[in-house]
Design a protein around this ligand. Structure first.
Ligand SMILES: *[C@@H]1O[C@H](CO)[C@@H](O)[C@H](O)[C@H]1NC(C)=O
Ligand SMILES: *[C@@H]1O[C@H](CO)[C@@H](O)[C@H](O)[C@H]1NC(C)=O
Length: 469
């Protein structure tokens, strides 16, 4: 029996081999290509991962705490946005599983809140974009593709009403999100809200938030905002009478203009107390109005009343702690009762433990309460020393140095070291109100020309000027 084995001759084998190589080569090129087109598509998505939000770790923790304090009451129309942002923040902090949970929760919240006939709509574009990015970062390319395709499908089905603009839902979410990231974003925030509102004028909460964003830019001033903004606020209030946060802002603006608002403030307080607890309830802002235009003791009483109703609520504890801080640090006088001080200290200790990742300012406040109330300077100094030795980011250091300098000046009358710490604060290039404050103090001391350190101050200020030019 002759076996007939079909041995390929050498040349056909070589051809086969080359074919194989070529195929592999082409395959890898196309894989590369689809990789890079996917990359490009991901970069083109409108979502938190592409919005240039990159805060430091300490700010991420602070944002996360703040978002948590908004609360997750049903009926909060920003719930989907809140979860989307929480997801992104948790991803940035390295908690990918939490990130995924938040993004999924966002999907569900949007579906529930928009309550339309269909399960999906343009409000999910940002959310699906986030999910695509998250899966991409986790190396789960198939899931990434799926979400990327979902975004494409949504954009096709729900194109923006205005050709060269994003969908209003996207603008609104971007505006609301950037609103959380500081004053330097305020122009963008206003612009995005305006675009969203122009294209889709029936969303009450967009109008309300737009006005809140406009007013909050001047949160800490004493002068009222411009007539045009006041007019917008009046209109928004008419459309959204249930929004007590807006009502409080309006009240404060009227107080700034000299109107007597005590009774209205008390009336508003009754309403706020009936609503669910949330940092959007207006309580914190109302307490500030009380402190400024009614009385700080009434502010304390109101905060305590709210706490009695919700004794375990962390946000209300912060509010109460804040009122005691105003009472002791800003309205410091000789009539301070020991019981007030004790309550202030215990509340602050509690609040510090409830915000383990974002308690620097609260610790500084506790030190100041010790320093001001019963002149317990040793306790104050100990807290400051611990903070000075802890690991902090530049912006946090700047804050600590500025407060420590003020404490050295007013509570210890250690003027040399106070100047030293104002210089340390101003040296950190981070632009902030506190840096501005330290520089202002140094200039004043120099001008008065009585400090033995005037020369040092002059040298330092000259150096700053050189850097600026
Ligand atoms: C929102 O504001 C726009 C522009 O100011 C206005 O035309 C629209 O009626 C407002 N929508 C609601 C629901 O209040
Ligand atoms: C403050 O600093 C000046 C100059 O640096 C020095 O002469 C003076 O003794 C210092 N005063 C105190 C109280 O340390």
């Amino acid at each position: 029996m002759t076996e007939h084995i079909n041995i390929p001759n050498i040349s056909s084998f070589r051809a086969y081999y080359i074919d194989m190589l070529l195929m592999l080569f082409l395959f890898s090129i196309s894989a590369d290509q689809s990789q890079s087109t996917l990359q490009a598509k991901l970069k083109a998505l409108q979502c938190h991962f592409t919005w240039d939000i990159d805060p430091s770790r300490s700010r991420l923790f602070r944002f996360s705490d703040k978002l948590e304090d908004i609360g997750t009451e049903e009926g909060n129309s920003w719930l989907g946005h809140i979860y989307n942002l929480q997801g992104y923040i948790h991803y940035q902090l390295g908690f990918t599983e939490d990130a995924q949970r938040f993004f999924i929760r966002a999907t569900e919240a949007f579906r529930r809140l928009r309550k339309t006939v269909s399960d999906e709509g343009p409000w999910l574009v940002v959310n699906y974009g986030n999910l695509a990015w998250l899966h991409h970062h986790l190396g789960e390319q198939a899931e990434c593709q799926t979400y990327q395709s979902k975004v494409e499908a949504l954009l096709k089905e729900y194109p923006s009403p205005s050709q060269d603009e994003l969908h209003p839902e996207i603008y609104a979410e971007k505006a609301w999100t950037l609103m959380k990231f500081g004053k330097d974003k305020r122009l963008l925030v206003a612009d995005y809200f305006q675009r969203a509102i122009r294209m889709q004028p029936d969303m009450v909460e967009w109008n309300t938030s737009h006005v809140i964003a406009l007013v909050n830019v001047q949160k800490y001033g004493n002068t009222p905002v411009g007539e045009d903004i006041l007019e917008e606020m009046r209109m928004a209030k008419e459309q959204d009478p249930e929004n007590l946060y807006l009502a409080v802002l309006d009240l404060e603006q009227r107080a700034r203009k000299g109107e007597r608002i005590e009774d209205e403030a008390r009336e508003l307080a009754r309403k706020v107390l009936k609503n669910p607890v949330s940092s959007y309830s207006g309580m914190k802002e109302l307490l500030w109005v009380y402190n400024k235009y009614v009385s700080v003791d009434e502010a304390i009483a109101l905060a305590e009343e709210a706490l009695e109703k919700h004794p375990d609520n962390r946000f209300l504890k912060t509010c109460a702690a804040l009122c005691y801080k105003w009472r002791i640090v800003f309205h410091s006088d000789s009539h301070l009762k020991q019981s007030t001080t004790d309550r202030a200290i215990s509340l602050h200790k509690e609040v510090i433990s409830l915000y383990p990742h974002s308690s620097l300012l609260k610790k500084i406040t506790l030190a100041n309460i010790y320093a001001k109330s019963n002149h317990n300077l040793a306790e104050a100094e100990q807290i400051y020393q611990e903070l000075l030795e802890s690991h902090l980011e530049p912006a946090e250091k700047q804050m600590l140095y500025n407060y420590y300098a003020k404490y050295l000046q007013f509570d210890r009358r250690d003027y040399n070291r106070s100047i030293e710490y104002h210089i340390k604060a101003a040296e950190i290039p981070q632009q902030s109100f506190l840096r501005y404050n330290s520089i202002k103090v140094l200039k004043k001391i120099k001008k008065r020309n009585r400090s033995p350190m005037c020369e040092e101050i002059e040298e330092f200020l000259a150096k700053l000027e050189v850097k600026k030019s």
